[in-house]
Design a protein around this ligand. Structure first.
Ligand code: AQP
Length: 337
């Protein structure tokens, strides 16, 4: 990796089939991003086990995500692609940072509150400590820029608090990361409930577009997406009053490369059904192309395994440097390998 470029870190957890939210949040612009940053892309498998998972499904999801990253243009010769559990330093730093994080601040996180409701029979301490592991993921690599969706704003603020707290005690040990808002900085919302984030773990699949979904099903879901009841219908962006149309405009803008204002002009005298027909066909067509690339990579698991082996080696070299500095700062003896 070139040392001149800023360091960018991004991760996806193998917690189910990837969605349009994941795509727009982190995957849609990988080619450009790799040109401008030294990138680390991680499959966050340790994050995924905060919820009980079938082991073979989890295992396969990890390889699915590696193949999706590659299908979206991740170049393993240019960027580091690795699996979080292969780089032991993530869990080690996470323990240390847990000792510098407070239960009060962790229990205020919206994602913790939502997941505690969703998985009320298994509110384990991993769910609470999730953002601390996320802080470790990012801080281990002296990351300048985190590529996250707009839904992760609160976790980024917590990472900042941990950095300030730690640096104040021990000197400027961690770089303060900023977030690279994805193309539009949009948070993609559920199709039938546009006030709720589109998520992999959403039980009603009609709310979510999956990246590997059949084109006909994508078209059907977008056509059924909730719009607004104002008459005559108006295709204008207004997150508060028209969350459904605004969500679709966000998606349309990213897939078409047109600005939201351009789309508003283009559809100013059109009805919702025409708008939905055009966006659904565009999304289905682009995802179909992505799926063809994905299947090519996914069938060669040995190749995927080689990539993550190499990625883990490279990532560990960098992670150990930071972890050793942390050890020295807080008074733990360093182990040299
Ligand atoms: N709806 C979304 N809009 C914008 N960005 C999103 N991301 C996820 N959903 C949206 C971004 O995708 C990246 C990877 O996310 P993740 O899989 O690590 O975890 P998540 O945010 O918890 O995603 P899900 O789909 O909601 O998973 P579950 O249901 O398992 O919790 C992140 O950068 C995220 O911002």
């Amino acid at each position: 990796m070139s040392s001149k470029k800023k360091i960018l870190f991004s991760a996806i957890q193998p917690s189910g089939m990837l969605t349009l939210g994941n795509y727009i949040g982190v995957l849609s612009d990988l080619v450009n991003i790799q040109r401008n940053y030294s990138c680390l892309f991680c499959v966050a498998d340790l994050h995924a086990i905060t919820v009980r998972r079938n082991p073979s499904v989890l295992y396969n999801s990890i390889f699915d995500i590696i193949a999706i990253y590659l299908a979206c243009g991740l170049d393993p010769n240019r960027s580091i692609l690795f699996v979080q559990s292969h780089v032991y330093e993530h869990a080690q730093l996470s323990w240390i940072l847990n000792c510098y994080s407070y239960i009060g601040e962790l229990s205020r996180m919206t994602q913790f509150k939502n997941k505690s409701l969703q998985f009320s029979k298994n509110i384990n301490s991993g769910l609470l400590n999730y953002p601390v592991l996320m802080a470790s993921d990012v801080l281990l690599y002296q990351t300048n820029v985190i590529l996250v969706g707009a839904d992760q704003k609160q976790h980024l603020e917590l990472i900042h608090d941990i950095v300030f707290r730690f640096n104040k005690l021990y000197g400027n040990l961690f770089v303060l990361p900023t977030s690279l808002a994805s193309l539009t900085g949009s948070k993609i919302m559920s199709l039938l409930d546009p006030n709720k984030k589109m998520s992999k773990s959403e039980p009603n699949h009609n709310n979510t577009i999956f990246l590997l979904e059949e084109p006909s099903s994508i078209i059907k879901k977008i056509k059924q997406a909730k719009t607004d009841s104002d008459q005559p219908s108006s295709i204008i962006y207004d997150q508060e009053k028209k969350p459904g149309i605004s969500n679709l405009l966000n998606i349309f803008s990213i897939f078409s490369g047109l600005s939201i204002t351009d789309l508003e002009h283009q559809y100013c005298d059109k009805i919702y059904s025409e708008f939905k027909r055009d966006i659904s066909e565009l999304v289905a067509e682009k995802l179909y192309l992505l799926q063809q690339q994905y299947f090519d990579f996914r069938k060669n698991e040995d190749y995927l395994q080689d990539i993550i082996n190499i990625g883990a080696k490279k990532a560990r070299l960098q992670a150990q440097i930071t972890l050793n500095k942390v050890y020295q700062s807080i008074g733990l003896p360093v182990k040299y390998y």
